[in-house]
Write a protein that binds this ligand. Structure first.
Ligand SMILES: [Fe+2]
Length: 395
């Protein structure tokens, strides 16, 4: 029997209108000078003001930092940390998608450390974090990344990614308010929503899954499968946006505690080499990876089918597992995400370099219920290029 290590952030406010808890939480944390790290686009459309104006009205000094780009490179992380070190801040608030939240976590913790961000990378760095750093409040504006509940900050290196991971990066408070997601365009709603679904699916089949993460993952899949299509079709659908916010939050907790695996491992090089958004990279690969590993986890795939609104009662476990893969394909297609790597402009000639980079994602690959070696990874990319699900050769 194994013992699961379960970690939740200490406090979250989740639901329509949750943002009203921001000022009381800032007061409770005893902050005076606040650094808000956010995406420039969110400032432009006035979303950041929804966060900053109640704080300013309450008398807080607020500085908004917007040097944030998608899939932030290491240099972007170094700059945000330098900025946090130079100021006299006593609280960091991250507002945005995964990139802004990841940078906020990083800046808050490294503000009280010496050295560069590169020193603290978990794959290639040499130093360990020693202090918790500044308090942080994380406010997601998309329903997908789960960054508000995890202890990970992801940074892009030249062709791949590395992370800074430590429980010091956990938010003191997460505020998940679906009201902030209403203006997210359909394409981003689709991509981030499938990212959340992928978190739940990968956590459920992970070798590190536990009864706790299973409960979170199944609840997430139910909410996401019933509401993602509606949220993409009509962004102002309050119930759909609320389901997606809750689903994404639950999926975040599930994968934080059980891990993600093959889909994320193969998706990272698509982001690194072709700058495809994280959610879309996962979405295009999800059916191919799950189809490939299907036979290693048929019972769990049958459970997933049921959570996605299907019914496995009159099917054998194997039949249900095939249906599950079909259902995943259907959801990805229904929200308008292309089916093949070619449709994202990825040529066959990229196969070798994608495979080479994905093999490096050992931390993720180790959680796959079917061990994925180099030949398996190549076969999955080939399948995604051809648009046909394949399974391992069985001799
Ligand atoms: Fe993800």
């Amino acid at each position: 029997m194994t013992v699961a290590r379960i970690v939740f952030p200490p406090l979250s406010h989740v639901g329509w209108g949750a943002l009203k808890h921001l000022v009381p939480e800032v007061k409770r944390l005893g902050a005076k000078q606040i650094l808000v790290i956010t995406d420039p686009m969110l400032e432009k459309i006035g979303l950041v003001e929804q966060v900053t104006s109640p704080l300013r009205q309450a008398g807080y000094s607020v500085h908004v930092y917007t040097d944030v780009v998608p899939e932030p490179p290491l240099a972007t992380g170094e700059k945000a940390v330098a900025f946090a070190r130079d100021g006299e801040f006593d609280l960091v608030i991250g507002v945005g998608g995964g990139s802004a939240l990841d940078l906020a976590k990083l800046a808050a913790v490294l503000a009280v450390h010496d050295g560069s961000v590169a020193d603290y990378l978990n794959l290639t760095g040499t130093r360990a974090l020693e202090k918790k750093g500044l308090p942080k409040i994380l406010i997601p504006t998309t329903s997908g990344t789960g960054s508000e509940v995890t202890n990970i900050s992801v940074l892009s290196l030249e062709t791949t990614k590395d992370v800074v991971t430590h429980d010091y990066l956990l938010a003191d408070v997460a505020i998940v308010d679906p009201q902030l997601t209403v203006s997210v365009p359909p394409r981003v709603t689709a991509a981030t929503g499938i990212d959340a679904l992928t978190h739940a699916v990968e956590a459920y089949v992970s070798v590190n899954a536990s009864p706790t993460s299973d409960g979170l993952a199944i609840a997430a899949m139910r909410l996401i499968s019933r509401s993602l299509r509606k949220a993409v079709e009509n962004g102002t659908d309050k119930q759909a946006r609320t389901d997606m916010a809750n689903g994404s939050y639950l999926a975040g907790l599930a994968f934080f505690n059980a891990g993600v695996a093959g889909v994320h491992a193969l998706a990272y090089p698509l982001g690194g080499q072709f700058h495809i958004a994280h959610g879309e990279s996962n979405a295009v690969l999800l059916p191919y990876v799950m189809g490939y590993i299907r036979q290693s986890c048929t019972k769990r795939m049958a459970d997933i089918l049921n959570a996605l609104g299907g019914n496995s009662s009159f099917l054998s476990e194997v039949e249900a597992s095939y249906r599950c893969v079909e259902e995943l394909e259907r959801i990805v297609a229904d929200v308008g995400i292309p089916k093949t790597l070619g449709e994202f402009g990825i040529p066959e000639s990229a196969l070798e370099s994608l495979t080479k980079d994905a093999v490096q994602q050992k931390r993720l690959l180790a959680r796959s219920p079917l061990p994925l070696l180099e030949a398996d990874i190549r076969a999955i990319y080939e399948a995604a290029l051809a648009g046909t699900i394949v399974e391992p050769n069985q001799e």
